[in-house]
Design a protein around this ligand. Structure first.
Ligand SMILES: C[S@@+](CC[C@H](N)C(=O)[O-])C[C@H]1O[C@@H](n2cnc3c(N)ncnc32)[C@H](O)[C@@H]1O
Length: 281
């Protein structure tokens, strides 16, 4: 993939400042910035010219690293919203997103200075110096809240009226993080005609069931990514752009849905898709 929106740069200082949750790998900084740039191109192609400030939602936000990177490095972000099925990493997300407030980098630098003194570690002092250099490119409003991305009612409640223009999701994968919620357990079909059902339906209305759900019975249903994409798109405006990043050759899409773009970056694959294409609107 050719980077068009994120020049190569050494971001190791930024990595040292951001708190990450153990076992929850984060997207590379450069890829995060590039994906937002591409999503904004697609927003602009649908609207008139350059879109205004954007609202970005990470429905698998973990420690909020991707959201914080966007606020620190990308101008023109009005609101950042983070939700995750697991409430455990959300305090870290709040800490990271606090870097975007006036005085946030200085407060983080003081914490890191204290750690440097207490543990005699030079790496903390280096991180403190890096924190002091941070000047966020955006000063967005932000929120984080627990919500299973498959549960549209819970997601709508968590977003509390926020209307995302872009979704950026680093999908759970493999041994490090796994799917929680509807795709992790046997799913129950949505009621007929329930476009806002909490559980994503597979093609032809079959219940979506995750790979490796551990249930007995018939062959596994569609991959969990499909139920996730449908559920997330179900709370978005049709023109919103959903960006999902997974491991492997590609991120699966529901049958018949065309991507705006498909990308490969090392061992990752990304897909950009219009919300309306996922919901048939
Ligand atoms: C690869 S990590 C994301 C890291 C995050 N983007 C960051 O910047 O720190 C994947 C996350 O997906 C979350 N997750 C798993 N199943 C979920 C679900 N059904 N709904 C929402 N989040 C889920 C996990 O709890 C985990 O935090």
């Amino acid at each position: 993939m050719q980077y068009r929106h994120a020049p190569a740069a050494d971001r190791s200082a930024l990595d040292a400042v951001l708190a990450s949750a153990p076992g929850r790998p984060t997207l590379p900084v450069r890829l995060t910035v590039e994906l937002l740039g591409r999503a904004r191109e697609h927003l602009a192609s649908r609207g008139a010219g350059n879109p205004g400030p954007v609202t970005v939602w990470d429905p698998c936000c973990g420690a909020g690293v991707s959201l914080t990177v966007l606020g620190l490095l990308c101008p023109g972000i009005a609101t950042l919203a983070g939700t995750d099925a697991d409430p455990a990493p959300l305090d870290l997300a709040r800490r990271n997103l606090a870097l975007l407030a006036p005085g946030g980098p200085a407060a983080r630098a003081s914490e890191l200075d204290d750690l440097a003194t207490r543990h005699g570690k030079e790496s903390y002092a280096d991180a403190a110096a890096a924190a002091r250099e941070l000047v966020p490119r955006s000063r967005p409003q932000w929120m984080v809240a627990p919500a299973d991305a498959h549960d549209r009612a819970a997601t709508r409640a968590a977003l509390a009226g926020i209307a995302p223009d872009v979704v950026l999701a680093d999908l759970p994968h493999g041994r490090q993080t796994s799917w929680a919620g509807a795709t992790a357990a046997p799913a129950t079909p949505a009621a007929p005609g329930d476009a806002g059902g909490d559980v994503g339906s597979g093609p032809h209305g079959s219940p979506a069931r995750g790979r490796g759900s551990g249930t007995d019975g018939p062959a596994p249903g569609p991959p969990p990514e499909i139920a996730f994409l449908r559920a997330v798109a179900g709370v978005l405006a049709p023109q919103a752009v959903v960006v999902a990043v997974g491991r492997g050759r590609s991120v699966p899409l529901p049958p018949g849905v065309r991507a705006l773009e498909k990308l490969r970056v090392g061992h990752r694959a990304a897909v950009l898709v219009r919300a309306g294409a996922l919901t048939g609107r």
